[in-house]
Design a protein around this ligand. Structure first.
Ligand code: AMP
Ligand code: TRP
Length: 335
């Protein structure tokens, strides 16, 4: 089997509306990588159902993430965009990896601990074994690189451990050891209400995050209400790093503007937050509004969306099937 040297896989869950963290931490980076890599972008609905999803809205959320990929600039004619549950090889390899990964490895996953909280006896088994499925998502394509936000670093390390253990156990070099691609000035976008918490779909406060579906007015309100501290903006990176809310807003600015943190710090040194926020509103609206309106247009064309996902499914299966077959042969299953 021919092994790719520059192949990307990444996934986004259809578990709620997409927010600025998803865009800056992941999707925007996907767009910049599509020229250089062969890419597989997956809407990971099997991951989404590790927590309850309303069947009445799941299908639409799945289409929405697809539309967001395309509206953000991922070219569906050059990249594979598809839905995880439509490519059965993910779940099949996921089971095989459940038998490779060790309980001790999964017990260390901080995302599980955060999500399960005090309720760990009553969450789904899927929420616990989630990272083994994520490893399967990546390795079923023999992907070599995985662009993600900073919060997925630990899951990527687990993927590498699984690939390594499989290769060692079966004395093969079949699976690549994939590299995380975590880059840009906003690898971890924080809540607008609390600079110590990650911006997330599950935060109860709508004002904690900017959605890709927010109107210009909503974006403006949310940024104006964003928590800050009473000092003017700092003039150096060291001071900035000790002020979580300022750091978050400046990182968002730098990432949206495609400029370095240093340059934005220099530009706003000693200025008041009110002025900075006004500029951030203008910048965020100018960058996000075209994406939102394109997303709406694509969502109105269900036939087009379906054709993109059908093509994506077929090309994904054509790569995944032989990898699964080879894995089963290595394990010793009858063909
Ligand atoms: P999810 O919505 O959990 O499926 O996340 C999809 C992608 O967005 C993953 O690559 C995450 O690492 C990334 N992501 C999610 N939240 C954030 C955040 N607050 N900051 C940066 N990246 C994020
Ligand atoms: N676990 C990722 C998240 O919560 C989503 C995901 C699932 C993923 N499978 C993946 C990301 C494979 C990268 C590669 O954000």
């Amino acid at each position: 089997m021919e092994k790719p040297t520059k192949r990307i896989l990444s996934g986004v869950q259809p578990s709620g509306d997409l927010h600025l963290g998803n865009y800056l931490g992941a999707i925007k980076n996907f767009v910049s990588l599509q020229e250089e890599y062969e890419c597989f972008f997956c809407v990971v609905d099997l991951h989404a159902i590790t927590v309850w999803q309303d069947p009445k809205v799941l299908a639409n959320k799945t289409r929405e993430v697809t539309a967001a990929f395309i509206a953000s600039g991922i070219n569906p004619n050059k990249n594979n965009i598809f839905v995880q549950s439509q490519v059965p090889q993910h779940a099949q390899l996921g089971w095989l990896f459940n038998c490779v990964a060790r309980m001790g490895w999964l017990n260390r996953m901080t995302q599980f601990k955060d999500k399960a909280g005090k309720n760990s006896e009553n969450v789904s088994v899927g929420l616990f074994s989630y990272p083994t499925l994520m490893a399967a998502d990546i390795l079923i394509y023999l992907a070599t690189h995985v662009p993600v936000g900073d919060d997925q670093k630990q899951h990527l390390e687990l993927t590498r451990d699984i690939a390594q253990k499989f290769n060692n156990d079966f004395k093969t070099d079949f699976f690549p050891i994939p590299e995380p691609l975590i880059f840009g000035e906003a690898t971890r976008v924080m809540s607008l209400r609390d600079g110590s918490k990650k911006m997330s779909k599950s935060d109860p406060s709508d004002y904690s995050r900017i959605m890709l579906t927010d109107s210009a007015e909503k974006i403006s309100q949310k940024i104006k209400k964003a928590k800050t501290d009473p000092l003017p903006l700092p003039d150096n990176l060291d001071d900035l790093k000790s002020r979580s809310e300022a750091l978050n807003l400046i990182s968002i600015f730098a990432s949206l503007h495609d400029t370095s943190l240093e340059k934005i710090v220099a530009e706003y040194a000693g200025k008041e937050f009110s002025l900075f926020k006004r500029d951030l509103v203008d910048l965020a609206v100018s960058k996000l509004e075209p994406i939102t309106s394109e997303m709406n247009k694509i969502m109105d064309d269900q036939e087009y969306l379906e054709s993109v996902l059908n093509n994506g499914k077929e090309s994904a299966i054509s790569v995944a099937e032989p990898v699964l077959a080879k894995t089963k042969e290595i394990i010793g299953f009858l063909s």
